[in-house]
Design a protein around this ligand. Structure first.
Ligand SMILES: [Fe+2]
Length: 356
């Protein structure tokens, strides 16, 4: 059952067509002119408008235009005894649903009405589905966003906990991880890496020495020379760090980079003597940042060296111990007048898009 607005200035036609429609269980409201029809449409919603074209006063085409100007997509059937080019053009322009020629014959009239109502039903269904789909999409997006944020927050928490634990046990490297992370991130920026890679490198730097937790603290804080056995114990921190990062549920690339932060470009590093082609870019950056930071910092067994000495070291071993591109980026960075290696807290911030 549909609600139909029937507009015709001839009373007999209104009565006849209303009877046809009511017999099919449709609800009919009639109007004898365009003004009345518009005021009715202003108050009530209809499934269908059927209008004569030529009436005293405004025409059915004016009504059609006004309906569309209102922003209504209600189907409109136009009835006319004298079809003209103007009727056809305006009918198309303002999306009339169909035409009926007068005099209207019952069977044809009902066929057209049912066809138009059927199309309307399909369009309504489609609209409803689109709304539901949009709603679903929005919910889904919100859910993904929530989970991603929760995951990142969890990682950030794990990272700062790991960083604190190691710095608490090993006061000499207090701040070292943070400075290495920040320096590595700046090198990554200088190399033109993506924001995500920059922040990944920073996080990796913040935890790269976490494996030192397996090294007895007497060895870590021992001033002066250390024995070969002690050195072997210290070297275990790279592999231990890899295992700890994996267990903490951080991304595998973080764990791999931590495990590789003492490997060297030419394969002379530890623990696995990996060569350049097998070392992650993140680790190559970390290596340079770690070396530079270590050299310019005070250690219990030696005083801090100058920035120039550190730059000389990486320049001399460029392509031997260190990745040339990383060295170039680091030198560019350190040559900037206002650059200082700092340990101020940088918020670990990664946007959702970058994680997708
Ligand atoms: Fe280390």
């Amino acid at each position: 059952m549909a609600k139909v607005l029937l507009v015709d200035d001839e009373r007999s036609i209104r009565i006849t067509l209303s009877a046809f429609l009511e017999k099919e269980n449709h609800e009919v409201v009639t109007a004898s002119n365009v003004e009345d029809a518009l005021s009715i449409l202003d108050k009530e919603a209809f499934d269908l408008v059927i209008s004569d074209v030529i009436m005293s006063g405004k025409s059915g085409l004016d009504l059609l235009k006004s309906v569309r100007d209102f922003g209504l997509d209600t189907p409109v059937i136009i009835m006319t005894g004298e079809p003209t080019i103007e009727t056809a053009v305006m009918g198309i322009q303002y999306q009339a649903s169909d035409y009926l020629s007068k005099p209207v014959e019952r069977k044809e009239f009902l066929r057209v009405v049912h066809r138009v109502l059927n199309i309307k039903e399909l369009l309504d269904e489609k609209k409803q589905l689109q709304i539901e789909n949009e709603h679903y999409q929005k919910n889904l997006e919100a859910l993904v966003e929530q989970r991603t944020a929760a995951l990142l927050e969890a990682s950030a928490g794990v990272v700062s906990l790991l960083a604190k634990v190691i710095e608490y046990r090993d006061p000499y490297t207090a701040g070292h991880q943070r400075r290495v992370g920040n320096l590595a991130a700046e090198i990554a920026v200088n190399m033109g890496l993506s924001n995500k890679q920059v922040e990944d490198v920073r996080i990796i730097g913040y935890v790269h020495d976490v494996g030192k937790i397996v090294v007895p603290s007497e060895i870590l804080s021992k001033p002066g020379r250390i024995s070969e056995v002690e050195m072997a114990l210290i070297k275990e921190h790279a592999q231990a760090g890899y295992e700890m990062i994996m267990e903490a549920g951080l991304p595998q690339a973080f764990a791999l980079a931590v495990g590789q932060h003492h490997e060297r470009y030419n394969g002379s590093g530890y623990p696995n003597k990996l060569e350049h082609k097998d070392i992650l870019l993140e680790a190559e950056i970390l290596v340079v940042a770690d070396v530079v930071e270590a050299m310019i910092s005070h250690r219990p067994y030696r005083p801090a060296r100058s920035l120039e000495t550190a730059m000389q070291e990486i320049e001399q071993n460029k392509g031997i111990l260190y990745d040339p591109e990383v060295v170039d980026a680091c030198i560019r960075l350190l040559n900037q007048k206002d650059y200082t290696v700092d340990d101020t807290s940088h918020k670990v911030q990664i946007t959702r898009e970058e994680y997708n």
